[in-house]
Design a protein around this ligand. Structure first.
Ligand code: 5AD
Ligand code: SF4
Length: 429
């Protein structure tokens, strides 16, 4: 049987796309392997959101050239956002690449073993109604796409160029996928889209949550990512009123300065953001809020940076993902005046991370002694006999337990706080 190896870079969207590629390959009789040395087909599912992710991939791709010299039957595929963005330029730079297809053309992988070469980079308007097979690695939680693409054009972001126009998947097909997952034993689904709050088919996003809340056997619903501009009172109502959506919202702030937010084309002010956070907290007690921050956007002044630190102090996020600004070719920000030196971008990043670290640790410490429900994801990385799972508020908890507990919901008492995780003891199973 032929073996395929898939390496995923980047976001959750890509992780799920890789599961779809695995599903398509499995349907053609491929075995998925973790060992690229023995693979007949190597796929890189790439990310172009920041330069660092690009560089990592390009150096790995270089190594496959020598592998192919030794084993000419090996096929190398580049998928994902870099494939989309670089297109044939990538083939010039790496002529040993056989297959090139973008995130809107995963279905091009069908029948791949009969193909000498493959180039599929076109805009795919039908993406939202395509049903692709999915091969999932986990047993307890599953990703589910609810929309594709993005129309927001934040000035720093490459996604609208690589993933194309925004399209919502019909609610009926989402509901039937989730029903089937629940029937298979999955307890949690994470709804995926670049901006889930602008989901629209026969229902809007709160309407979709209401429908999914009625799926028997399902215990938890998560969703990423929310755009603050579309984070509506109706959604807050749905989160407050429904039991399955988890008490966690990822609400990317990007900057705490209204001036910078305008340059970023985010379409909300610092004050509007803060009001939405307040409204959410007032209606959903104990809700965890996480965010994304970009430091050193072109033209960001010291006072803008202070504004960002100020919002971090005020909101007290449960966690953040912070990045130094990385110019992406073709975006508006890349062509702006006032690019800051690397040293300034990284120094501001370090300040943001340091402040947040103390906030996160404080929040985690406040949880010691409490009891919380955890969905078991699988073995922990550190010690044998250790499992890892997540609370409804999306905090990682490690504890002792057998692997047969994978995919189940347990009550766990938090005994120790770490900076990026909690340590617990199982109370019941
Ligand atoms: N530079 C730095 N960070 C970026 N992000 C998106 N584009 C860039 C960029 N050009 C960050 C944003 C986004 C997260 C997924 O990645 O914070 O929310
Ligand atoms: Fe995901 Fe964006 Fe990276 Fe594409 S560029 S993989 S959408 S994070």
């Amino acid at each position: 049987m032929k073996k395929a190896y898939i390496k995923t870079f980047g976001c959750q969207m890509n992780v799920h796309d890789s599961e779809k590629m695995a599903g398509i390959l499995r349907a053609q009789g491929f075995d998925l392997t973790e060992d690229r040395q023995n693979a007949d087909l190597i796929i890189f599912n790439t990310c172009s959101i920041r330069q660092k992710a690009e560089q990592k991939f390009l150096s790995e791709l270089g190594r496959t050239r020598r592998m192919k010299e030794r084993r000419p039957a090996l096929r190398v595929a580049v998928a994902g956002c870099i494939a989309q963005q670089m297109g044939e330029k990538l083939l010039k730079r790496a002529p040993h690449v056989d297959y090139l297809f973008g995130p809107q053309n995963l279905h091009a992988l069908t029948g791949v073993s009969e193909k000498e070469s493959l180039l599929a980079l076109e805009e795919n308007p039908g993406l939202a109604t395509m049903e692709l097979p999915v091969l999932r690695k986990e047993r307890g939680r599953a990703w589910v796409s609810i929309m594709y693409g993005c129309d927001n054009f934040c000035s720093y972001c490459i996604v609208p160029y690589t993933r194309g126009r925004e399209r919502s998947r019909p609610s009926e097909s989402i509901v039937s996928e989730v029903r089937a997952l629940a029937a298979e034993g999955f307890r949690e689904v994470t709804l995926l889209g670049q901006n889930v709050n602008s989901y629209r088919s026969d229902v809007d996003f709160p309407g979709l949550l209401r429908r999914l809340n009625g799926v028997d056997g399902l215990a938890r619903i998560r969703f990423v990512t929310s755009h603050p501009k579309d984070f509506s009172p109706e959604l807050v109502d749905a989160l407050a009123g429904l039991e399955k959506p988890c008490e966690h919202v990822h609400l990317p702030l990007q900057s705490g300065s209204t001036r910078v937010l305008r340059e970023m084309n985010r379409k909300y002010t610092r004050e509007e953001y803060l009001k939405k956070v307040q409204a959410l907290r007032a209606r959903v007690p104990g809700v965890a809020i996480t965010t994304d921050i970009i430091t050193g956007f072109p033209g960001e002044r010291e006072e803008d940076h202070r504004d960002t630190l100020g919002v971090l102090g005020e909101v007290q996020f449960d966690g953040i993902f912070a990045f130094a600004f990385s110019p992406r070719p073709g975006t508006r920000a890349a062509a702006m005046q006032g690019h800051l030196p690397d040293a300034v971008r990284s120094a501001r990043l370090a300040e943001v991370l340091e402040l947040q670290d103390s906030i996160t640790l404080g929040k985690n410490e406040a949880l010691t002694g409490t009891t919380t429900e955890v969905l078991v994801e699988g073995p922990g990385e550190a010690l044998p006999g250790q499992l890892t799972g997540r609370t409804r508020t999306n905090k990682i908890v490690t504890f002792q337990g057998g692997e047969d507990l994978e995919g189940t919901l347990l009550d766990v008492r938090i005994v120790r706080a770490r900076r990026h995780s909690l340590e617990g003891e199982v109370l019941s199973s």
